[in-house]
Write a protein that binds this ligand. Structure first.
Ligand code: ADP
Length: 319
C-alpha cells in the first residue's frame, strides 16, 4: 500500500504501573515523534510479545487498557496514528510463522536477548527465543521505513532486514521493504526516590498518574544526602519539570532547607502531571472510548496487513 509519508512502526509492551521514569525516559519522545507529522505511524500494544511473561488473563486485559489510556492521556492523537492491539491482527503471528521456516536456529542463537538469557541460565520459552521473528513480522507487514528503538534493540531491526532480504531471495519476489532503525536519543536516567534508576522492580517509583497525595508521599520519601547543601535526588527529579535557571535560584536561596524544596517539588510535579492525570481519569470513566479506538485501529491495520499477506501467500505458493 502506498503512503505518501514514510511508515513508522512502534510497539509498546503492556507493562503495568507506569512511572515518571517511563514518561520522561521514553513515552514523551515517542509521542513527539508521532506528532512530528513526518511519518505515517502505526503503534500497537505488543500483547503477544508480552504473553511470554504475562500469563494471567485479568492482568493482560488490565495492563493493555491502562497502556492505551496512558498513551492517550499523554497526548497521542488516535486520529493521527493507527493504534491497535497486536493480537487483533492475525497477520502478525501468521507471518511470524512463515519467517520461522526460513530462519535457522544458529542465526537466532546469536541474538543478544537470547544470549543474555542463556548466560543467566534462564529457562526461556520458545516464544522468547522466537521473539525476533514476530518482531520482524510486526515491522515488515506495514512496509516500515523507520522503527524507533533504543540502542539495545538495534539488532532486532537488523534481524528484520536480514529476514526481509532472505524472504525476497528465497521466494524470488520483491515483497518486503528493508526498515531502518531510528535510534532514540539517549535521555538521562530518571532517578527513583532512593537515588537509583527509577524502576518498578526497585520499588522506588513515582507513578505517572499518582494523585496529589500519593505524589506528596513519594516526594517526602526521597532519600536526601545531608552532606551537601543541594539534595541531589530531589534536584534531579525537579529539573524534569522546571528550568535549570529557575532551579538555580530556588535551590540557592533554600540551601539546606530540604523540606521546603521537597514541598516545592510536590507543587511543580503536581502542576506538570495534573492535566495528564485528569485525562487518564476521564478515560477510566469512559471505557468505551478505548474500545472504539482499538476497533478502528484493528480495521485499518487488518486491511493493510491483509493486502501484504496476499502477496506473501502468493509468493510462497499457498495461494
Ligand atoms: P522498569 O525499569 O520500571 O521495568 P521498563 O523496563 O518497562 O521500566 O521501561 C520501559 C521504558 O521506559 C524503556 O524504554 C526505558 O528506557 C524507559 N525507562 C524506564 N525507567 C527509566 C528511568 N528511570 N529513566 C529513564 N527511562 C526509563
Amino acid at each position: 500500500m502506498a503512503h505518501s509519508k514514510p511508515v513508522l512502526v512502534s510497539a509498546v509492551k503492556p507493562t503495568g504501573d507506569l512511572h515518571i521514569g517511563n514518561y520522561f525516559g521514553a513515552m514523551r519522545q515517542q509521542v513527539d515523534l508521532f506528532r512530528s507529522g513526518k511519518y505515517k505511524c502505526f503503534i500497537f500494544v505488543a500483547d503477544y510479545h508480552a504473553l511470554n511473561s504475562v500469563q494471567d488473563a485479568e492482568e493482560m486485559r488490565k495492563r493493555t487498557r491502562e497502556l492505551v489510556m496512558a498513551y492517550l492521556a499523554i497526548g497521542l492523537d488516535p486520529k493521527e496514528v493507527v493504534f491497535f492491539k497486536q493480537s487483533d491482527v492475525p497477520a502478525h503471528t501468521e507471518l511470524g510463522w512463515i519467517f520461522d521456516t526460513i530462519t535457522t536456529m544458529p542465526y537466532l542463537m546469536r541474538a543478544h536477548a537470547f544470549k543474555d538469557a542463556e548466560a543467566k541460565n534462564k529457562e526461556i520459552t520458545v516464544g522468547t527465543f522466537n521473539y525476533p521473528m514476530l518482531m520482524a513480522a510486526d515491522i515488515l507487514l506495514y512496509d516500515a521505513a523507520v522503527v524507533p528503538v533504543g540502542q539495545d534493540q538495534k539488532q532486532h531491526i537488523e534481524i528484520a532486514r536480514d529476514t526481509a532480504e532472505k524472504f525476497n531471495r528465497v521466494f524470488r519476489a520483491d515483497v518486503f521493504t528493508l526498515p531502518e532503525p531510528y535510534i532514540m536519543p539517549d535521555v538521562a536516567v530518571v532517578p527513583g526516590t532512593d537515588g537509583q534508576k527509577m524502576s518498578k522492580s526497585y520499588g522506588n517509583v513515582i507513578p505517572l498518574f499518582a494523585s496529589h497525595d500519593e505524589l506528596a508521599k513519594c516526594v517526602m520519601s526521597i532519600v536526601t544526602d545531608s552532606s551537601g547543601e543541594r539534595p541531589e535526588n530531589v534536584y534531579r527529579i525537579h529539573r524534569l519539570v522546571r528550568s535549570e535557571a529557575e532551579l538555580t535560584t530556588i535551590y540557592g536561596s533554600n540551601a539546606g532547607n530540604y523540606k521546603t524544596l521537597k514541598e516545592m517539588l510536590i507543587v511543580d510535579l503536581d502542576r506538570y502531571l495534573a492535566p495528564m492525570r485528569a485525562k487518564y481519569e476521564e478515560l477510566q470513566s469512559n471505557p468505551s472510548i478505548v474500545d472504539e479506538i482499538l476497533a478502528k485501529g484493528k480495521a485499518e491495520a487488518r486491511a493493510i496487513s491483509e493486502a501484504k499477506m496476499e502477496k506473501v501467500r502468493k509468493a510462497i505458493g499457498v495461494a
